[in-house]
Design a protein around this ligand. Structure first.
Ligand SMILES: Cc1cc2nc3c(=O)[nH]c(=O)nc-3n(C[C@H](O)[C@H](O)[C@H](O)COP(=O)(O)OP(=O)(O)OC[C@H]3O[C@@H](n4cnc5c(N)ncnc54)[C@H](O)[C@@H]3O)c2cc1C
Length: 344
């Protein structure tokens, strides 16, 4: 992958980007993505993860938006439903008690259904052009044109709930849909298809690739300084070692996906859980060592690092911690051969 071609659009991002900056740089990246970023599970998965890694190394907020776009367009590809060119996509599938989205039945004469209720954690809510939204009661994924004529009359963006400065400009807001019409053409896959497709496992590695990039950005910043003592050098050694192990594990997981994209072995989800766990722990270690190496100054006085620390700390919380480990352990109990030898 030509990282030099990537540098130009990324260099347009200011140190403290606004939502408008994110939208304009993301739109500028779309032709690059179209031309250079391979799909998942077709032989070059690591290159795709490497792209996300580079974007996150530059800016975690931008990476959060681009990761959603890549996931959404990959889902559309798997559904045989081509994405609209040069449109920025998101995927909003978060559930739980605060997700009240529902889909009314469409009329028998082909009248559109209506999307109602609210969805939390909609990254890029008023930034993106289109969003894939998973509606749990209907078990249906729908593709919504967020900028269609008249759509904004139905949409409400709950900006005030997100109180954290981290990721504030990604506008990860709750969105209410107020009866927005959804035609049959906008339904992606059959009921439950979104969770049942093998590609669901493949998407799980993309956030982890962003976490690695975020940690690499912190390590880059340590590497640029002249270190004052042996403790700082020891931390640098440990941090670079962690970056290498995270990337090695991502590469291994990507190779598993390319070898079995339809997940016939059933191993891909535990593979993703295993990689995500290691990466989450290594990022936590890097966050800790970064502070122990440089003290409070970068947290307090350095705009880029203060934001990166806060965003990486929040982003890795997307893992489901011990609940994921329990799932991994249960899989290992049922499949004692999984990862029992040397990693291939
Ligand atoms: C920066 C960021 C951006 C995101 N963007 C998107 C997006 O664009 N699209 C998308 O689909 N998703 C997005 N997500 C959401 C993500 O996919 C998960 O849905 C999200 O991490 C929340 O899941 P969860 O609450 O189930 O947490 P989990 O980690 O799965 O669970 C948290 C646990 O804590 C418990 N808990 C929480 N609060 C309380 C409380 N007050 N009292 C008792 N127990 C409690 C819960 O019951 C649960 O058991 C984003 C997340 C982050 C961090």
């Amino acid at each position: 992958m030509d990282h030099n071609a990537l540098k130009k659009p990324l260099s347009g991002l200011p140190e403290a980007p606004s939502a408008d900056d994110y939208r304009s740089v993301a739109l500028e990246l779309l032709p690059y993505i179209q031309a250079n970023v391979p799909p998942m599970g077709e032989g070059q998965s690591f290159s795709r993860l490497g792209f996300l890694n580079e974007v996150a190394r530059c800016d975690l907020g931008l990476a959060r938006l681009i990761e959603g776009h890549l996931d959404a367009t990959q889902i559309l590809r798997e559904a045989g439903h081509p994405a609209v060119s040069n449109k920025l996509y998101a995927i909003w599938a978060s559930g739980g008690p605060s997700d009240t989205t529902d889909l009314t039945e469409g009329g028998t004469g082909g009248e559109p259904a209506e999307l109602t209720g609210s969805k939390p954690f909609c990254s890029g809510s008023d930034i993106v052009d289109r969003a894939l939204i998973y509606v749990y009661p209907a078990e249906q994924l729908v593709d919504v044109n967020m900028r269609a004529a008249g759509a904004r009359d139905y949409l409400r963006f709950e900006a005030g709930q997100w109180v954290a400065p981290a990721f504030a400009q990604t506008h990860t807001w709750t969105v209410s849909f107020g009866g927005l019409s959804v035609k049959e053409d906008n339904c992606i896959g059959d009921h439950k298809w979104y969770f049942d497709r093998p590609g669901f496992c493949l998407g799980a590695l993309a956030p982890a690739a962003c976490w690695v990039g975020g940690a690499m950005g912190l390590v880059d910043s340590v590497r640029k300084r002249s270190l004052q003592n042996g403790h700082a050098r020891a931390h640098l050694g440990a941090m670079v070692s962690s970056v290498c192990s995270m990337n090695a594990l991502l590469k291994w997981a990507a190779a598993q996906i390319d070898a079995d994209p339809d997940n016939t072995s059933g191993n891909l989800f535990p593979t993703a859980l295993l990689a995500r766990h290691h990466i989450e722990r290594a990022c936590t270690d890097i966050l800790d060592r970064f502070g122990r190496t440089l003290g409070p100054r970068p947290f307090a006085f350095e705009t880029g690092n203060a934001r990166r620390i806060a965003e990486l700390t929040l982003y890795i919380r997307q893992c489901h911690a011990e609940r994921d480990l329990e799932e991994l352990g249960s899989y290992l109990e049922a499949h004692p051969e999984f990862c029992s030898g040397t990693l291939q």
